[in-house]
Structures are given as C-alpha cells and as structure tokens.
Design a protein around this ligand. Structure first.
Ligand code: 9MR
Length: 366
C-alpha cells in the first residue's frame, strides 16, 4: 500500500515537472466551497492513460460516469445487468478518495428497450422499482448523490412526453424519488436537466419540483447542466436560476459544465441531441488550435461563472465538468460531428488551459 502511494506521488512529481499538471489542485483549492467533479469515460475509469489518471486523481474529488450507469448500459435487458464498468468507477473513486455521483436512474434517452415495452402503469412502475432497487441498492452508501430523474421537462416548461409520462402520467416523477430514497436512504436525490436558465423551462421545473415535494417524496437538489456557450446564458440568467431553484429549499449542483467556443449553428442551446447540424469549414474554424484571443475569452467566461458560483457557495453542492480534457468532450460531435471544440479546462495533452488558471486565480485572491 505504502509503495503504491509512493509510486503515485512519484508519477505526479514527474508529470508536474514535465508541465502537464499544475502544482495546485482545483479540488483542494475549492475544498471548502463545493465538490469539483468530472465525468469519466471507459478509458479513464480503467486508467488507460497514466498521465490522465494522475490528473483525475489530483484535480477532481467527485466522479460521474459519462455513460456506463445509464439504463441501456447497466441494465440492457430486463434480467441482465452489466455492473463491471460501474464497479470499476466506484473502485477508482475509493482508491482516489473521491465521491461518486450516480447518473442517471430514470431518463428517456439511452433507455433500455424493455422499459418501452411496458404498456400499463403497473408494469412500468414495477420495472422502475426493480431498476432503481437494483442499481441504487447496489451502490447504496457509496454514492453521494443520484440524478434520480433526468431531462423530464421541455424548454417550454411542459413535461416531456417520454415513455414514462405517456404510460404513467406525472406520478412517475414522485415515484422515482420515493423508490430512490428507499433504495439509498442516505444519498442526496437530484432532478437534473439542461437549458435550466430559460424562463419557461425554469418555471416548469419549479412547478414539477413543488409537486414532487407536495407528494411527500424527498428531493434534495436540482442539477443545472452547464452546457453553455461563450456569450450565453448571461451571468444574470444563471444567477436568477440558481436563486429560484435554491428558494425551493433544495441544493443546486452545476452538473455538466462545458463552454462551447465554436460558431453555433441554428443557435442550439443545451443538449437536445435531436438538434443536429452539418460540419462545415465555417463551423469548424479552430482545427489547428484555439487562437489566443478565444482562449482568453474562454478563461474570462470560466472566471465569471466560478465567481458567481463562489458568491452562492452556500447554495451550491458540486460543480462537475462534463469530461476531463478537450479531446474527450462530447462537444466535438454536437451539434455537428467531427469538429475541434475546446470546451473544458485541460487541453488535448492534459495541460491546464488559461481557463484552469483563471478559476484557480479566484481562490488565490482571497
Ligand atoms: O457525454 C455523453 C455522450 O458520450 C453520449 O453519447 C450522450 C448520449 O446521449 O450522452 C452524453 O451525456 C449527456 C448526459 O448523459 C445527459 N445530459 C446531456 C449530456 C450530453 O449529451
């Protein structure tokens, strides 16, 4: 054990000396404010790249599975579960002394086929129950928080016409929270969604959360996915939403943070994956690297956003980046496939970008 620790420390020293990792740690700098999380893909969970593995261990103290805990992966058939990768994620978190946020129990997307085959409310409720019991039950006590329901509200504030709503009506929402509370009583339970700064959507989410609360179900937090852009949403809009959600008496988490720096075809906001665009030269201007002026804009944007998070740290439990480095980001393929995007705080070589430094600088000023 001791020799493994020494080896890990030696690797960190070598990598830091090579300039790949800064001497500081974001997680440490923000330790007293909120958790600093990241989403991990399979290679990262399996520590395929030792440089990146050391970076993850050092910079982040909360992990979310980018894909492997979604129903299609973890529960592909009614009587078949795949726990291998999720187990590996929890093992990595244990080794690195990090927390795990469970993503996600009930979601219309990446949903296993068998849920869609349930045609009565009773059948679908039973499928939800066994899924939540089995998944949340397996990781009960080891999970800081769960996204119990993901993306159930449309941008206009209405409830999404998912399989769950169509078959069970609104009841599925409170039921999901009640089942999760039973399966993992000590974890915090979240509702998570994108485009959470738009007014109609915010009002729709608030209506929905109030109903869940009135049903007697436990809901501890609201996750605002931060799939944002250089100019939008404004800091004021983000602040208005943080305050409005916190006013429900729940915590707020920024759950999937990345800042898209590329031209925005058709003004796509959020993460509605049905919104697709063609990849063209004009839409993909930075194939040879991020120009210094755009890098500076990104750093300023991240600094402004984190300054806001610090202002409201009493309301914010966690800030999770959606990926570790620019090369891993889903934003290279959305809304147009195969672009070179730069939405995160580490570059494709895992080196800290100006954005990383600007976020750290906020803590040094204190
Ligand atoms: O980053 C995830 C990507 O690898 C998957 O292909 C995609 C499939 O829907 O899901 C991405 O993560 C999503 C997250 O689970 C929920 N909010 C939106 C995220 C970006 O699409």
């Amino acid at each position: 054990m001791k020799s493994r620790l020494l080896l890990a420390a030696a690797i960190v020293c070598i990598i830091s000396a090579a300039g790949n990792i800064s001497a500081q740690s974001l997680a440490k700098a923000y330790e007293k404010d909120f958790l600093i999380g990241t989403a991990l893909n399979n290679n990262q969970i399996l520590e395929k790249d030792p440089v990146q593995a050391a970076l993850i261990a050092k910079e982040f103290n909360c992990y979310t599975a980018e894909n492997v805990m979604k129903s299609q992966v973890i529960h592909p058939e009614e009587d078949k579960y795949n726990f291998e990768m999720a187990d590996a994620l929890y093992a990595l978190a244990k080794k690195n002394n990090a927390k795990v946020h469970g993503h996600t129990l009930i979601w219309h997307s990446q949903l296993s086929r068998f849920f869609r085959d349930k045609k009565t409310p009773e059948e679908l409720a039973a499928a939800m129950e066994s899924h939540i019991n089995t998944v949340a039950g397996r990781y009960a006590g080891k999970t800081v928080s769960w996204d119990v329901v993901n993306e159930a509200v449309e941008d206009d504030g209405s409830l999404r016409k998912s399989t769950f709503l169509n078959v069970m009506g609104e009841d599925y929402l409170a039921l999901a929270f009640k089942l999760a509370a039973k399966a993992d009583p000590n974890a915090e339970l979240y509702y998570n969604d994108y485009s959470m700064t738009g007014k109609p959507k915010r009002e729709g989410v608030i209506r929905m959360v109030k109903k869940i609360q009135e049903s007697g179900a436990k809901i501890d937090g609201i996750g605002m996915q931060g799939h944002w852009h250089l100019e939008t949403p404004t800091i004021e809009d983000i602040e208005t939403s943080i305050l409005a959600y916190a006013a429900l008496g729940v915590k707020v988490a920024i759950t999937e943070l990345d800042i898209d720096v590329l031209p925005n075809p058709r003004n796509v906001q959020g993460a509605d994956i049905s919104q697709r665009a063609e990849n063209t030269t004009e839409l993909n201007p930075y194939v040879n690297g991020l120009p210094a002026d755009v890098e500076a804009k990104l750093a300023k944007r991240y600094q402004d956003i984190f300054a806001l998070f610090l202002k409201h740290k009493d309301k914010i439990s966690r800030v999770t980046f959606w990926g570790v480095n620019d090369g891993d980001s889903w934003k290279n393929n959305f809304p147009a496939r195969g672009r070179s995007n730069y939405p995160l705080i580490f570059d494709r070589e895992n080196k800290p970008k100006e954005a990383y430094k600007s976020i750290l600088a906020l803590k040094k000023k204190k």
